[in-house]
Design a protein around this ligand. Structure first.
Ligand code: UT7
Length: 331
């Protein structure tokens, strides 16, 4: 039997740089409530959201991802030409094909990179980080640009009181590459397609086009809430155990910014020490799906609440239903 060559593996991978993009336009709860029967108090109490940002007509998944990518590359201290892969985690790129990643790669001049999108909704960033870590350590790539980017305001039904206040827009990028010590823990991930209808575009885009009705995001909020609170604590604990760390090693917990009450429940289940900073970016960013974890991490870094070398626990969860968690060192 023929044995094929494999690339020379690299011992360790980590996050080398981080960058984000938040659209200009701030949308208040009062503005959202002009179209749904709700109020600022209810939204803040039930979700934690004070305001969110919606992209303007010229701000697309590609432009937001590109802006975040440029910052991450500069932060990593590499050039776009050194990238081997550009990966965009998104569910809101306007085209089924070609991918957002090919446009981002072209825009930043990543002329030596392969490019692809990954679809894992709100777990997309943590899925991508797991894929990037494995590819770098196996020797398939040296530098990977991973971007979570969403323009959810284009698929939200602003008449739906279950989702209109929740979802928003933004992008967060990281450069992943070789490091002297391992900077990304094992990814604990999974999927439960039996719950595909819990968060789903309805109707599908082809039916929608024929019917002349938009395909919009629908969500069984309570079902997703119960699943997240019931399962994600164990997933987070498993991610820490797999990396050989405990809660006392953490500087911050950066869960997907889905709902502050989900975050509260996970903090309690994990019994996190008082000094562990909890990301609450949802207050000002809403739920930005694949962008939420890097956006929340960058806000902690900007505010000086975490610094380079600190250990953070991240978990993404959402439509699929899918989830992914890992610990990582802040770049
Ligand atoms: O990113 C992907 C993952 N997504 C998530 O993790 C989202 C998970 N789900 C949630 O965050 C929550 O389910 C929501 C924030 C979306 C909704 O909060 P909830 O506490 O689950 O609301 P509910 O659907 O259980 O409704 C509770 C009450 C109901 O009234 P009654 O029957 O108790 O009188 C609803 O009619 O709140 C009412 N309600 C609202 N009231 C004011 C539902 N939506 C609204 C609203 N404003 N927008």
């Amino acid at each position: 039997m023929i044995t094929l060559n494999t690339p020379a593996p690299t011992a360790h991978a980590g996050i080398l740089g981080l960058g984000t993009f938040r659209p200009e336009r701030v949308v208040s709860n009062d503005e959202i409530c002009q179209r749904i029967d709700s109020n600022d108090e209810w939204i803040q109490e039930r979700s934690g959201i004070i305001e969110r940002r919606h992209g303007g007509p010229d701000e697309t998944v590609v432009t937001m991802a590109t802006a975040a990518a440029r910052k991450a590359i500069a932060d990593a201290g590499i050039t776009a030409q050194q990238l081997d892969l550009v990966m965009v985690a998104t569910v809101t790129h306007r085209y089924q094909t070609p991918s957002a990643a090919v446009e981002v790669a072209a825009a930043i001049g990543a002329v030596n990179a392969a490019a692809t999108d990954t679809s894992a909704a709100c777990a997309g960033f943590c899925y991508g980080l797991g894929i990037a870590d494995g590819m770098i350590r196996s020797g398939s790539a040296k530098y990977i640009l991973l971007i979570g980017a969403e323009k959810l305001s284009e698929i939200v039904n602003f008449e739906d009181r279950g989702t209109a206040f929740l979802f928003a827009d933004g992008a967060g990028a990281v450069v992943v590459g070789p490091t002297t010590a391992q900077g990304i823990g094992p990814t604990i991930w999974g999927a439960d397609g039996t719950q595909r209808d819990a968060i789903i575009m309805d109707p599908d885009i082809f039916t929608a086009e024929k019917a002349g009705t938009p395909s919009v995001l629908t969500m069984q909020g309570q079902q997703v809430f119960r699943w997240a609170v019931g399962q994600m604590g164990d997933v987070c604990a498993e991610a820490m155990a797999a990396a050989g760390v405990t809660a006392s090693d953490l500087s911050a917990f950066v869960p997907h910014q889905a709902n502050n009450r989900i975050t509260d429940a996970l903090v309690k289940q994990l019994d996190l020490p008082e000094n562990v900073v909890i990301a609450r970016d949802i207050q000002y960013s809403g739920n930005t799906s694949a962008a939420s974890v890097p956006l929340a991490l960058d806000r902690l870094r900007e505010n000086g609440e975490v610094k380079s070398g600190d250990l953070v626990l991240m978990v993404g969860f959402g439509a699929g239903l899918v989830h992914a968690a890992q610990v990582a060192l802040v770049p």
